[in-house]
Design a protein around this ligand. Structure first.
Ligand code: NDP
Length: 434
C-alpha cells in the first residue's frame, strides 16, 4: 500500500483522514466565497456565517449547474483527447514494488502549449470568453467537489473488481482503501493512465488555465491587466510550464510511483488543486494592485530564479539516475552512495543516492525554492489579508510533512545506506537549520 499511512500513528492517521475527507470540500467553497464575494476577508465570511448559521452556509454553497458541467466536460474531454492523440516519446516509468514497469507517452509540453493557445484563440476570435469561467467558478468548484468524489468511488470499485495491474490491493479497511486508493497504476484500456490524467492533464493544466482566466476577467472588468495580476499569472504559468517540460520526471516521484489512486491524490488534483493553488490569482481579479516597474521586475526575476532552481534540483537527480552516476554535477564527478534494498518479491537491487550538488546541501533542498516561488507569486497581493497566503502556508506544511514521509520511506527501504546519507547530508530541507 501507499507508504503514507504507516508514518504516523494509527489514531493520527484516522483523525487526519476523516477530517480531510469532511473538511476539505467545505473549505474549498469558503475560500472561493471569501476571495470572490468577501474581499478576501475571513472576518467578513465569518460574520455572514454567524448571522445566518447553517442556512447561511447552505446559501453560500453554489449548487452544481449544467453550465459548470459543460465547461468541465469540454475541458476534460479536450485534455483526454490530447493525452491520447498527441504523439510523444515512449517513456518507461520506474519499476513498481510488484516488479511492473509502466509505459507512458511524453506529450505533456505539447498538450500544455496547445491548451493555452486554444484558450487564448477562443477569446481572440470571440468564440468563448474565459471570463465566463470566473463567473461560474463557485458552481464549477462545487461540481468538481461532488464529481471527483463520485470518481473516487469509481476508483475504489475498479480497484476491487478490475485492477489494471498487480500493483493493487485492499488494506481490508474501507476508509483507508477509499482515502489512499487501491491501485498504483489504474488505466482505462491500455493507454489512458488515470493518474496522469487527474494529476497532470486535468489538475496541473487547470492551474495555468485558471491563471489565464483570472487575467481575462480582470481585463473584462477594468479594461487592463494590473502588473500584480500579470506577475501572479506569469509565475504560475511558468511553474506549470516547468512541470510539463519535466512531466516524465514527475512520473518517477512519490505522487505517481508510491501514492495510490484514491481520494488523497485524485480528489486532491481534481478539486483541491484548481481551487486552492490558484487562490491568490482569484483574489487579485477584483483587487488589482499597482506595483510599479521596479518592484514588478524584482519579484518576477526572483520568482523565475526559484522556479529554475526547483527545476534544476529535479533535473540533477534524474540525470544522475538516468546516466547511472556517469554525469557531471556542478562541473564535477558526483559523489554518491550505492544503496541496496530488497523488493517485496525478495530480489536485491541497487539504487544510487546523489550526495553532491543540490542533493548534498540538504536531503530535500528542492522544496525550498518551491516554497519561495509560491511566495513570489503570492506577494503581489500585498498584505491586506491573510487568506491569499493560504496556499503558501498549506504548501509549507505539505512539503515539511512530505520530507518526513519520504525520509521515513527511504529509511525503511535503504536502512543503513540511508543512515549514511543522513550522516553525510544531515539537514532535511534548509541547510544548517532543519
Ligand atoms: P522527489 O523528487 O523528492 O523524489 C523523492 C525520491 O527520490 C525518494 O523517494 C527517493 O526515491 C529518491 N531520492 C531521494 N534522495 C535521493 C538522492 N540523494 N539521490 C537520488 N535519488 C534520491 O519527490 P517529490 O515528489 O517530493 O518532488 C518532486 C517535485 O514536485 C519537486 O520539485 C517538488 O518541489 C514538487 N512538489 C510540489 C508539490 C505541490 O503541491 N506544489 C507537492 C509535492 C512535490 P527512490 O525510492 O527512487 O530512491
Amino acid at each position: 500500500m501507499g507508504d503514507s499511512k504507516t508514518v504516523h500513528s494509527p489514531l493520527v492517521t484516522y483523525v487526519s483522514m476523516l477530517s480531510l475527507l469532511t473538511l476539505c470540500p467545505p473549505f474549498v467553497i469558503l475560500l472561493w466565497y471569501t476571495m470572490v464575494h468577501a474581499d478576501g476577508s475571513v472576518l467578513q465570511t465569518w460574520q455572514t456565517l454567524r448571522e445566518h448559521g447553517i442556512q447561511g452556509f447552505n446559501d453560500i454553497w453554489p449548487k452544481p449547474s449544467v453550465t459548470a458541467c459543460k465547461i468541465i466536460f469540454c475541458y476534460g474531454a479536450f485534455e483526454a483527447a490530447l493525452l491520447l492523440l498527441l504523439p510523444g516519446k515512449r517513456v518507461e516509468g520506474p519499476i513498481s514494488p510488484k516488479g511492473n514497469r509502466p509505459i507512458y507517452k511524453a506529450n505533456g509540453i505539447a498538450a500544455f502549449v496547445i491548451t493555452l493557445a486554444t484558450y487564448i484563440g477562443l477569446w481572440w476570435f470571440n468564440i468563448f470568453n474565459p471570463a465566463i469561467v470566473y463567473d461560474h467558478l463557485g458552481k464549477i468548484f462545487s461540481t468538481l467537489i461532488f464529481g471527483s468524489f463520485i470518481f473516487c468511488i469509481f476508483l475504489y470499485i475498479k480497484g476491487h473488481v478490475a485492477p489494471s495491474s498487480t500493483d493493487s490491493g485492499s488494506s481490508g479497511n474501507f476508509i483507508i482503501d477509499f482515502y489512499w486508493g487501491m491501485e498504483l497504476y489504474p488505466r482505462i484500456g491500455k493507454n489512458f493512465d488515470i493518474k496522469v490524467f487527474t494529476n497532470c492533464r486535468f489538475g496541473m493544466m487547470s492551474w495555468a488555465v485558471l491563471a489565464l482566466t483570472y487575467c481575462f476577467k480582470q481585463y473584462d472588468l477594468y479594461g487592463k491587466v494590473a502588473d500584480s495580476m500579470a506577475i501572479n499569472a506569469i509565475l504560475m504559468i511558468a511553474y506549470v510550464a516547468k512541470f510539463f517540460w519535466w512531466e516524465d520526471g514527475y512520473w518517477n516521484t512519490m505522487d505517481i510511483a508510491h501514492d495510490r489512486a484514491g481520494f488523497y491524490i485524485c480528489w486532491g488534483c481534481l478539486a483541491w488543486l484548481p481551487s486552492i493553488y490558484t487562490s491568490s490569482g482569484m483574489y487579485l481579479v477584483k483587487h488589482p494592485v499597482h506595483l510599479g516597474t521596479q518592484l514588478s521586475v524584482s519579484i518576477l526575476v526572483a520568482g523565475i530564479l526559484c522556479i529554475f532552481i526547483n527545476y534544476d534540483c529535479d533535473r540533477q537527480r534524474q540525470e544522475f539516475r538516468r546516466t547511472n552516476g556517469k554525469c557531471l554535477v556542478w562541473g564535477k564527478a558526483p559523489s554518491k552512495i550505492v544503496a541496496s534494498y530488497t523488493t517485496t518479491s525478495g530480489e536485491t537491487k541497487n539504487s544510487l543516492l546523489l550526495t553532491s550538488g543540490w542533493w548534498g546541501l540538504s536531503r530535500h533542498f528542492h522544496y525550498l525554492p518551491e516554497i519561495l516561488a509560491a511566495f513570489f507569486w503570492t506577494v503581489p497581493v500585498l498584505f491586506n489579508h491573510f487568506l491569499p497566503y493560504f496556499y503558501l502556508i498549506f504548501l509549507t506544511i505539505l512539503l515539511v510533512d512530505r520530507a518526513k514521509r519520504d525520509d521515513d520511506r527511504c529509511r525503511s527501504k535503504y536502512g543503513k545506506y540511508w543512515k549514511l546519507y543522513c550522516t553525510k547530508v544531515p539537514y532535511r530541507i534548509i541547510p544548517g537549520i532543519y
